[in-house]
Design a binder for this molecule. Structure first.
Ligand code: SAM
Length: 234
């Protein structure tokens, strides 16, 4: 199945064993990928299902349901203070690494004020990265909210905030506790978190953690955090 191309579809495109392709998908399959009538591809709904499908012009015939086991056993939400540049890369890499949800937040030192079109762009990047990395789920990208609002938005007992300075335990050590099935992890912007933000996070039940002795860029830190958590899978 490895060589077959994958496309994400919406559930309302499905009718019994047919997929009604959008004009954009028809163009992509026929013109970009150069698939012919009768050629096969994989359709994924982004919420856990994959199907082997056969192109029939404006629609595709579902041939069989496929089983995919590429998801992490742990559900990771990344709360990330929007960096000035490079957030597209964070979305792409963290999707490849298995993130379940990305919650962009505006912190005291966030410099970016994202336009409403950005969310759509990030969702498209996540969808493409999920296809590329053969995931069965496309991560949810939430609307940016203030850091304060983000602090109280998620129910899990395992909440971490990455802080490069101070004598905090390494994330890897904290992950050695057993039984974590959901994790919320927060990373800061270029200028870092303010002291008040760290205090508020601690009040909200977050454990400050280190990612090592070097100060990582705001774009590198979430990718390293996700890599450490996903490494616990093996
Ligand atoms: N200007 C800040 C300073 O000098 O401390 C550095 C901020 S850093 C570029 C951006 C974010 O990445 C930080 O807020 C933190 O969340 C995360 N980060 C970077 N290096 C880290 C490390 N070694 N341990 C934990 N978090 C780190």
């Amino acid at each position: 199945m490895a060589q077959l191309q994958r496309i994400a579809i919406a559930l309302d495109q499905l009718q019994q064993n047919q997929i009604w392709l959008t004009a954009q998908q028809q163009h992509y399959l026929s013109r970009v990928l150069r698939l012919q009538k009768g050629d096969r591809f994989i359709a994924m709904d982004g919420i856990g299902k994959w199907w082997l499908a056969q192109l029939e012009g404006k629609e595709a015939q579902i041939l069989e349901t496929l089983t995919v086991e590429t998801e992490l056993p742990i559900s990771i939400t990344l709360m990330v203070a929007l960096p000035k540049n490079g957030f597209d890369e964070v979305v792409r890499c963290c999707t490849e690494l298995g993130v379940a949800c990305i919650a962009p937040v505006m912190s005291d030192r966030t410099l970016l004020n994202p336009s409403p079109q950005k969310l759509e762009r990030w969702q498209r990047i996540a969808s493409e990265a999920a296809e590329q990395s053969e995931r069965s789920f496309v991560p949810t990208i939430l609307e940016p909210v203030s850091f304060e609002a983000g602090l109280s938005s998620f129910a899990t007992n395992h909440k971490y905030i990455c802080e490069g300075r101070g004598n905090y335990p390494h994330l890897k050590k904290c992950l050695q506790q057993t039984g974590q099935t959901t994790i919320l992890i927060a990373t800061g912007p270029e200028g870092g978190w303010t002291e008040k933000e760290i205090d508020n996070a601690i009040q909200a039940g977050f454990q400050p953690v280190s990612l090592g002795r070097r100060i990582l860029r705001a774009v590198t830190a979430p990718i390293v955090a996700l890599s450490l958590i996903s490494a616990c899978e093996v």
